[in-house]
Design a protein around this ligand. Structure first.
Ligand code: NAD
Ligand code: ZN
Length: 241
């Protein structure tokens, strides 16, 4: 049985819950330039436009619910660790939605921030936030009007990298789900896990940009492939294709 499992999720795991992936034709991301809404320079150019972009997204996820892939990961966290005492399942997500939380997964590491969080540039506090924000919104703690979306933009340092790297160095199974493998550092996690001898498996509709780095891939909709994989892992401690 695997002792330490690290799971990385990307936009693909939430696609079947109706949240468009990064490069889809229907998503909000396609209506704006990344430089305008996902960089600090873009934010400095037009703060309210950026607030409004994330407001729309925050509003749109309120009605979205987790799909069988999110639920399978919660099951893995709860049942695998019970069956194999001392084992750990660490979920790291690039997603800014709240579907892992709605699925009741625990200690999810949001390396790219969260829509339901806000960051005060004046007092540096980050706290849960579910409403619309603008340049007029006052910080709950210091009262200043310097709130920004708590999203890691291009060129900014992802959160909790020390913890993530430690987990990767200790893992013996690394699972990557619904990520295109083009956004670093997450795209390099597989190589890191391989370097310590972990088995690396990717779940995607098709082979991703870094697909060849994995031991093997399971291709198809995550809502179908992941529950089956998790079931076998819990029952037998391993997966047989
Ligand atoms: P991406 O959009 O670049 O790639 C999504 C990947 O998921 C693709 O490789 C696609 O083939 C795969 N996929 C799509 N549907 C799938 C399914 N049903 N089952 C399995 N795989 C499926 O996503 P990324 O690699 O996560 O990078 C995008 C960046 O944009 C991230 O950093 C993230 O912060 C942000 N983003 C987040 C969300 C969200 O929070 N849900 C949505 C869009 C973008
Ligand atoms: Zn403040």
């Amino acid at each position: 049985m695997y002792k330490h499992i690290v799971v990385l999720t990307g936009a693909g795991i939430s696609a079947e819950s109706g949240i468009p992936v990064f490069r889809s034709e229907t998503g909000l991301w396609e209506q704006e330039r990344v430089e305008d809404v996902a960089t600090y320079d873009g934010y400095m150019r037009d703060k309210n436009k950026v607030h409004e972009f994330y407001n729309k997204m925050r509003r749109s996820i309120k009605t979205k619910v987790p799909n069988p892939a999110h639920l399978a990961l919660t099951r893995l966290q709860q049942e695998y660790t019970k069956k194999s005492p001392g084992s750990t399942v660490t979920i790291v997500t690039q997603n800014i939605d709240d579907l892992h939380e709605k699925a009741k997964s625990e200690n999810v590491i949001h390396m790219h921030g969260e829509l339901n969080s806000i960051w005060c540039e004046h007092c540096d506090a980050r706290y849960k936030y579910y409403e619309d924000s603008s340049t007029e919104t006052k910080c709950n703690l210091c009262g200043s009007k310097k709130l920004r979306p708590d999203i890691v933009w291009f060129g900014e340092m992802p959160y909790r990298m020390n913890e993530i790297e430690k987990a990767l160095y200790e893992c013996d199974l690394f699972m990557s789900i619904g990520t295109s493998g083009v956004v670093y550092p997450a795209a390099g996690f597989c190589q890191l896990a391989r370097s310590v001898g972990a088995t690396c498996v990717e779940f995607n509709l098709e082979k991703s940009a870094v697909g060849s780095s994995f031991n093997y891939g399971i291709y198809g909709k995550a809502s179908q492939t992941l529950p089956e994989f998790v079931e076998q892992l819990i029952e037998n401690g391993e997966y047989k294709n």
